[in-house]
Design a binder for this molecule. Structure first.
Ligand code: B82
Length: 322
């Protein structure tokens, strides 16, 4: 059987940093309130770059650092809920900007689980033996769909992206996955587009922003994430002792604290950077992986579990041997 490996990871966040104190000047909040409830101190916000630009920057770095020719890329997948356009997809914009003329390209929508879902999809294409190289991104400009007058949500989100090059490897790579959805739970929703046309004047009003029932999704995350991590371990016959890091979606440090407690493992096993970027949805896991790689935390043979959870509701985990 062909194994799919992550052979390079890169991230990109916009330069502009907005602190909690900056936010306390536009909504009724404080650094103390935000930090104690979420662990977030800062977030990077786009001053004009859109989601495709993040991916293009990341893709260029990935090709450059691995010495990969653009024409050799077979697949481009972008996980995002904040594409530049309904169509063309961000992945098609990336394809043309990078010159990946032989790649097919599509976006997927699975919110904060999007990167994990996308790795799962790319893995199957590579495992089929028909395709050799995939670029997989998670990237968001959540600031576009944030209500900047709502103090409960505008303090949470940030912009940025990350991406990976996937290729067949001899040993290790993606070892196991666990993917789920619960479409009946709408406690976290994004922009709602209602139908309005020449034959339909809609009475229902859409809304342009992210809306969440914090307590409900908090309970969801702290229930399903430990379960999903345990399912992955059970499938592989491994224990947490065999895992160097758990890399969770960076939604809120309190979620991670509770997940660690429920898994009866030390918080140090979790890679956490929510302090710096806030919640960047599909981008949070690849940004974390890119940081970890740059810091030399991911060595050959290390096993990690990535775990995403978010709107849909969707969730999923994956065990990767580096
Ligand atoms: S919260 O409910 O307001 N809360 C926890 C009880 C603060 C102390 C809250 C806040 Br603030 C921020 C995030 C969450 C949360 O649960 N987030 C998510 C849960 C599941 C899936 C995705 C997310 C996400 O924010 O991306 C709760």
């Amino acid at each position: 059987m062909i194994n799919t490996g992550i052979t390079a990871v890169e991230g990109y966040v916009p330069e502009k940093v907005v602190t909690n104190d900056d936010l306390s000047r536009i909504v009724d909040t404080s650094d103390e309130w935000i930090t104690s409830r979420t662990g977030i101190k800062r977030r990077h916000l786009s001053t004009g770059e859109n989601t495709s630009q993040f991916c293009i920057n990341i893709g260029k770095k990935l090709l450059e650092k691995t010495g990969t020719a653009a024409e050799d890329i077979d697949i481009i997948i972008v996980a995002t809920i904040t594409p530049d356009y309904a169509t063309p997809s961000v992945s098609c914009q990336v394809q043309t900007a990078l010159g990946c003329v032989n790649a097919f390209a599509f976006d997927i929508s699975a919110a904060c689980s999007g990167f994990v879902y996308s790795l799962g999809i790319a893995d199957k294409f590579i495992k089929s033996g028909q395709y050799k190289k995939a670029l997989v991104f998670g990237a968001e400009t959540l600031s576009k769909i944030t209500d900047w007058t709502d103090r409960n949500t505008c303090v949470l989100f940030g912009d940025g992206g990350g991406g990976a090059l996937l290729e067949p490897v001899e040993k290790g790579g993606i070892i196991a996955e666990d993917l789920h959805a619960r479409g009946d739970d709408v406690s976290l929703t994004g922009r709602h587009h209602v139908v309005e046309n020449m034959v339909c004047k809609n009475v229902e009003k859409g809304h342009p922003y992210l809306i969440m029932d914090g307590r409900a999704i908090f309970n969801f995350a702290t229930r399903v994430v430990p379960q999903s991590v345990n399912d992955i371990l059970e499938k592989t016959g491994l224990t947490l002792e065999d895992i160097k890091y758990i890399v969770p979606h960076q939604a809120n440090s309190r979620i991670i604290d509770i997940v660690a407690r429920r898994l009866k493992t030390d918080i140090d096993k979790f890679y956490i950077n929510v302090e710096e970027y806030g919640n960047t949805s599909a981008a949070s896991i690849p940004i974390a992986l890119s940081e970890m790689s740059a810091k030399g935390l991911l060595e050959k043979g290390d096993r990690i579990i990535i775990t995403g959870f978010g709107a849909g509701l969707t969730w999923g985990s994956m065990l990767i041997e580096w």
